[in-house]
Design a protein around this ligand. Sequence first.
Ligand code: DQA
Length: 144
Amino acid sequence: MSRTVLILNGPNLNLLGTRETEVYGTTTLDDIVASIRSHAGDVTIEEYQSNVEGELINRLHAGRGTVDGVVFNPGAFTHYSYALRDAISASELPVVETHLSNVHAREEFRHRTVLAGVCVGVVAGFGAMSYQLAFDALMNHLDG
Ligand code: DQA
C-alpha cells in the first residue's frame, strides 16, 4: 500500500537558508523537501508552507483522509496556537511536531508546546536532519 505524507511548515520557514542562519542553518526548505523526497521511496510527499495560521488549519483539514501522516514544523505557533492544536486533533492524523532548533535550550517562551500533547511525538534540535528523523519516526509509527 503506497502512502502519502505531508510536510507542513508554518510562519517564517519560507525564509530558511537565509533566516538567522546561526540558529536554523543554511539549508533551504526546498532542499529539505528534496532530500526527504529522495529518501522516501514509493511514499508520495506533499508539501505546504504558510505564514497564516488559518491556511495551516485548512491544510490539516484537507489532509483528513487524503494523507497518512504529517511532519509539521509549526514555527512560533507551536507555543500558543490552540486553534492548531484543535485542528491536529480534528484531523485524526498522526502528526510529528518537528523543530530545527532545540526549543528547550532557547528562550523560556519556546519551552512550552501546546501542540505536542496531540502529536505522536516531537523531534527537535537536529537542524535539517530533524525533518528526516521525523519522517522516519512517522513511517515507523504507521508500520505499527
Ligand atoms: C522552530 C522553533 C520555533 O520556536 C520558532 O518560532 C521557529 C522555528 C524551529 O524549527 O526550531 O519559527 O519551529
